[in-house]
Each structure stands twice: as structure tokens, then as C-alpha cells.
Design a protein around this ligand. Sequence first.
Ligand code: SAM
Length: 190
Amino acid sequence: MESNPTAAVINFNSIARRYDLINSVMSLDFVGSWHRRFIKNLKTSVELAAVSRALDVACGTGLSTECLARLLSTQTAKSARIQALDISELMIERARKRNLQNLDNIKVQFSLQDAFSIKCKDSSQDLVCISFGLRNLRDPARALGEFYRVLKNNGHLVILEFSEPYRGSSAIRKTLHEAHYVTASKPIRW
Ligand SMILES: C[S@@+](CC[C@H](N)C(=O)[O-])C[C@H]1O[C@@H](n2cnc3c(N)ncnc32)[C@H](O)[C@@H]1O
């Protein structure tokens, strides 16, 4: 277990009910397109037909899990299992409300778990995904070690995360990034 996971739990429990709305407002409604692009990249870089066990770590309200489940259901004929985990029980409660039982070949299970002690055997997963979650983990390097432990040989780790504007970005892009960071991130305090 993480040494002090309480702060993350309190923070994310307190915004779980409004998380999707906050996410949409803070991202100027780009969040859907980021997830779509992530899925498109996943499709071209991972042989999804071979995936039978996948993890969505720090799944939040399950938007990332839903995107992954719908993609996998179209790419694999065999059955696959996605375990989606998060440390906030209210996030998991909301994620469970997504109607993902109707995907014939994909079984999705949401569970309350810590990214630092995933309840999976060593070398058991074909794919580990984490979307906008790595920066929220206290010790990202240790979490990466845990992902490595559960991944099979030749398994894939796929990370969707924010970054600073790259060197050479236009002044407008940098200004928008700064403005958004200052005005949108501060009150949320995550
Ligand atoms: C910004 S949200 C991302 C949610 C989702 N993946 C998405 O793309 O919308 C970050 C999530 O990380 C979770 N989290 C923070 N620390 C964690 C930990 N140690 N183990 C598992 N989840 C954690 C939070 O509860 C929160 O739901």
C-alpha cells in the first residue's frame, strides 16, 4: 500500500460526483478527443487481437475504461478481461454505473485498489493503460515498477498524460497553456 494514500482518496472522493463535468470544463471539452486519439494510437501500436488481460489503472469514473472496452470488443474475437482500478471508492462507484455489461466478449471489473499494490500475479497482463493518472501517483517510478511486475513479457504499457508545451511551440500555444494552468488548475488543487 502507498505510504499515505489518504490525501489522494480525500481529494478524488470530493470531486467524484462532478469529475466528468470538471474534466470537460478544464480541458475546454478536449478530453473526449484526447481519449479518442489515445485509442487510435493504441489501435495502431498494439496488436489488440492478442490481448486477453488488460488493466486500466487510476480509472476514475471509467471514461478511459469504457473507451478501452469498446475498442477491444471490436478488435478481438476471443474473450478478454479488463480490470479497472482506482483508490477512490466514489470514483469506482461512478465508474460502475457505466453500462459495460452489454459487450459480449469483454468482461470489465471495477475494483478499489492501490496502483502500488495491484492484485494481479506477476507477468499476467498483456496491456496496462493509465490515463491522466501517473502524475497523481505519489511515486510514479515505483508505480512503473509495479506495472512492469504485472506485465507479461512483450506486454504493453500505454500512458496518456499532459505535458508542457514542447520547445518551439508557438507563443499562442504557450500563453493558452499558462492561462489554462493558472485559471483552471488552481481552484481544483489536485
Ligand atoms: C485525473 S483522474 C484520471 C481518471 C481517468 N483515468 C480519466 O482518464 O478520466 C486520476 C485518478 O487517479 C486515482 N489515483 C490517485 N492515486 C491512486 C493510487 N495510488 N492508486 C490508484 N488510483 C489512484 C484518483 O483516485 C483518480 O481517480
